[in-house]
Design a binder for this molecule. Structure first.
Ligand code: 3PG
Length: 319
């Protein structure tokens, strides 16, 4: 997959921005980065779009900046000239799409019907904006479209909001969700960048949904692990479940049959999206230990982090 589109998928969310003044572009970009979202779609709905894209892409190299509401080849040229790394259009304009393909500019054209999806597939474009998402049938429509179009990924946008974005993201065919709810125009008009950063962070955390999965405790032998798990069962009725390398006590405690990573053991943190969580932590300088990766059907399910807390190693696990 193209690196730009891959980055969008790992962000999981694309803030759709209608900016009224280029002066606000960089503070807004900083708020997005602070909130944990290094991507922005600046829409060509205002005269400030082109200059805003220019400032964002030159001043904030960590932010991936794209142009939205692109309706003509002319606008593609302006956007790319200003530094836009990707193009989003509300509909499927063959002229715009073909120009982007020819010039190797990542584009996610808008579709909401089988025929439009096939126009994309014909051209090798399989990551498509699904617009207007809610008005076009929402989650149910994407599920229906995913039947015949297996490899297609959608970026639902239009009516997506804080309440419904997670139900879209839970679909395997959803690449990311787009929308203006994270950067509300009134907050942007008022220059309320702290508020915007907070809203963005809330959304990112609601997507990742970090919580405690279990605590793993290192024991020196299987016998000792079983003894401790049995004590928990007696005291609290947490059922003992004997596995290959550990014994679970209910779902919250895991007694290791021999010491594994971490002086005392490990803490497992669950998340809705392990790959997105890894990207989020990488941006904070926290890396993973690739040799500890556990996969199911080729999909990453758990991995340790190169980070310890109070003698406990840490690992992520996907819910
Ligand atoms: C777009 O340009 O993609 C949409 O207008 C964004 O839709 P929303 O404002 O409903 O999020």
């Amino acid at each position: 997959m193209n690196k730009v589109l891959e980055h969008i998928g790992l962000c999981g969310l694309v803030p759709v921005i209608k900016i009224d003044s280029p002066e606000k572009a960089v503070p807004l970009g900083e708020a997005l980065l602070q909130g944990g979202l290094p991507v922005a779609e600046v829409t060509f709905r205002t005269d400030a779009a082109e200059e805003s894209i220019r400032r964002l892409s030159s001043d904030l190299p960590k932010l991936l900046v794209g142009a939205g509401t692109v309706l003509s080849v002319e606008q593609v040229k302006k956007a790319v000239g200003a530094g836009a790394a990707f193009i989003v259009s509300p509909g499927f304009n063959p002229e715009v799409v073909d120009y982007c393909i020819e010039h190797e500019i990542p584009i996610t054209p808008g579709v909401n019907s089988p025929s439009q999806i096939e126009m994309g597939l014909e051209r090798g474009v399989s990551i498509l904006k699904f617009f207007p998402a809610e008005a076009s049938g929402g989650v149910a429509m994407i599920k229906a479209l995913s039947g015949p179009y297996k490899g297609v990924k959608f970026i639902p946008t239009g009516g997506v909001n804080a309440e419904n974005f997670n139900s879209y993201l839970s679909l395997p065919s959803v690449h990311a969700c787009g929308g203006s709810w994270m950067v509300k125009s009134d907050l942007l008009a008022a220059g309320a960048f702290t508020e915007i950063a907070k809203l963005v962070q809330q959304t990112v955390l609601s997507m990742l949904n970090f919580s405690l999965a279990h605590i793993g405790i290192n024991e020196i032998s299987e016998e000792k692990a079983l003894k401790e798990a049995s004590t928990f069962e007696q005291m609290f009725h947490f059922p003992v479940k004997n596995g290959n390398s550990s014994i679970f006590s209910g779902t919250s405690f895991e007694f290791m049959k021999e010491p594994y990573l971490g002086e005392k053991g490990h803490i497992a943190i669950s998340t809705n999206f392990i790959e997105r969580a890894i990207a989020y932590l990488e941006r904070q300088g926290i890396h993973t230990l690739p040799e500890t990766a556990k996969r199911k059907d080729g999909k990453l399910k758990a991995i340790y982090l190169d980070k310890k807390i109070s003698g406990f190693a840490l690992h992520l696990v996907e819910k």
